[in-house]
Design a protein around this ligand. Structure first.
Ligand SMILES: Cc1cc2nc3c(=O)[nH]c(=O)nc-3n(C[C@H](O)[C@H](O)[C@H](O)COP(=O)(O)OP(=O)(O)OC[C@H]3O[C@@H](n4cnc5c(N)ncnc54)[C@H](O)[C@@H]3O)c2cc1C
Length: 411
């Protein structure tokens, strides 16, 4: 029904990043509206479908502040060890491998694997429970008008939402970013990621494996699975595009054979379960994160290679930062969409995201090759990291979403 609403912040996009910001603001007592063009319940995909996120410790804290982590209960599967190996198809992994263990840093987990459907179910339960938050989904945005003092969002049913700030959380193809004239740089990796879940004979023991193959990384990530017996993992398997298309369209037994060749025998015999998904891989970098009465967050601002499983984590850090700045301005009676909040947000997040984009890009280029001198160099690099505890700690802190160079005090 058509209505006029006045809130402090309007969020466009209720994907994992936008929905988390909506919950954060509402928990902090900031009146907000969130609009998505898609209905939210179908995103829950009730059946186990193999898609999952690696949630770093810093993202866990953001989800806890948003009241979402508590709703996940015991579902998140802790990652207690990360095993990095370099190898070739059909050969044993190089002996120069690298293991990161939580006992080295005295924490209970580097991060947690959370199924995409479980995160969606938790967000969908949290969103309507929060006073001061208005959710419109599905709803079609017909206009976003940004003026010096306020912003107005118009919906197709005639609803008008007035606020001091619009946050675009619309994913990579953000229409609001484009309408604001914010340029982006993109590049294509010429690779696709095949995503699926597998059952294996032996328990994963909460180990995440990053196996570097010449066509790209093959990641094995521990899941509780439907049986909760530690014998289910998610895989994110990168291949050159044409080969990915061939593998993806194989019949179940052909697909299982190709998968087993890459998976190796680390957890015994392996069988694909659930559905398989395929995503083209590319990077995206917005030249600015802000404009008058507008902030970009999540994939609307940046897109990175999934080699380190950090894409969504960057989005959670964006909304942790922006949410805190908005809440503090709101409670101090300052302008939540003013230059101070926006400039502070861009200063805090853009360089950090740029660094992660550069690091994941470099890692992909370094490992997705079979050129002998490069292989030698990276094996030497792996050996060096293994022998240098301070360097190893830098990697572990990065995996946890903490500042790489900070003191090693993690609660
Ligand atoms: C193969 C693969 C594996 C990955 N694995 C990981 C991982 O392990 N860990 C990790 O951290 N990240 C991972 N990522 C990245 C992660 O999936 C994305 O970073 C994340 O989905 C971004 O969330 P978002 O909310 O910003 O955008 P999206 O998920 O794209 O959501 C955008 C939302 O906005 C809505 N929308 C769009 N336009 C409009 C509009 N005009 N009006 C209203 N609503 C609109 C859409 O309906 C949607 O709900 C992976 C990515 C890939 C490709």
């Amino acid at each position: 029904m058509a209505a006029e609403r006045d809130v402090a912040v309007t969020i466009l996009g209720a994907g994992p990043v936008g929905a988390t910001l909506a919950c954060l603001l509402a928990e902090a007592g900031v009146p907000a509206a969130v609009v998505d063009r898609a209905p939210l319940p179908p995103m829950e995909l009730p059946a186990f479908d193999g898609r999952a996120y690696a949630i770093a410790r810093t993202s866990r804290d953001v989800l806890a502040d948003a009241g979402v982590w508590a709703r996940l209960g015991a579902l998140p599967c802790p990652i207690r060890r990360i095993h990095v190996t370099d190898g070739r198809l059909g050969q044993k992994p190089s002996r120069l491998d690298l293991t990161f263990d939580t006992t080295d840093v005295g924490v209970d987990a580097f991060g947690w694997m959370v199924e995409a459907r479980h995160l969606r179910i938790a967000l969908n339960a949290q969103l309507p429970s929060l006073p001061g938050l208005w959710v419109a989904a599905p709803a079609h945005v017909t206009a976003v008008e940004r003026e010096a003092e306020r912003a107005t969002v118009r919906l197709a049913d005639g609803t008008i939402i007035r606020s001091r700030l619009v946050v675009a959380a619309e994913g990579r193809e953000s229409a609001t970013r484009e309408a604001a004239g914010i340029a982006v740089t993109r590049w294509d990796y010429g690779q696709d990621a095949i995503v699926a879940a597998v059952r294996h004979e032996q328990p994963h023991g909460h180990v995440a494996v990053e196996h570097f193959l010449p066509a790209g990384p093959f990641a094995i990530l521990p899941l509780p699975g439907e049986d909760d017996d530690g014998r289910t993992s998610a895989i994110v398997w990168t291949e050159r595009r044409a080969e990915a298309a061939r593998i993806w369209s194989l019949d179940p037994s052909g697909f299982a054979r190709e998968l087993a060749r890459r998976f190796g025998d680390r957890f015994g015999a392996v069988t694909p379960v659930g559905m398989r998904w395929r995503y083209p891989l590319g990077a995206l970098l917005a030249h600015r994160y802000t404009a008058t009465r507008l902030a970009l967050v999540g994939d609307a601002a940046h897109g990175i290679h999934p080699i380190a499983g950090q894409g969504l984590n960057l989005g959670f850090r964006d909304v942790g930062e922006l949410g805190a700045r908005i809440a503090s301005a709101f409670h101090a009676g300052r302008d939540v969409g003013g230059a101070e909040v926006l400039a502070g947000y861009q200063r805090a997040r853009r360089p950090a995201n740029l660094m992660m984009l550069a690091a994941t890009d470099a890692l992909d280029r370094l490992f997705s090759t079979d050129v002998a001198p490069v292989r030698l160099l990276r094996d030497l690099g792996i050996a060096a990291v293994d022998r240098l505890p301070p360097l190893k700690r830098v990697f572990m802190r990065t995996a946890m979403g903490l500042s790489p160079l900070g003191a090693l005090k993690v609660a």
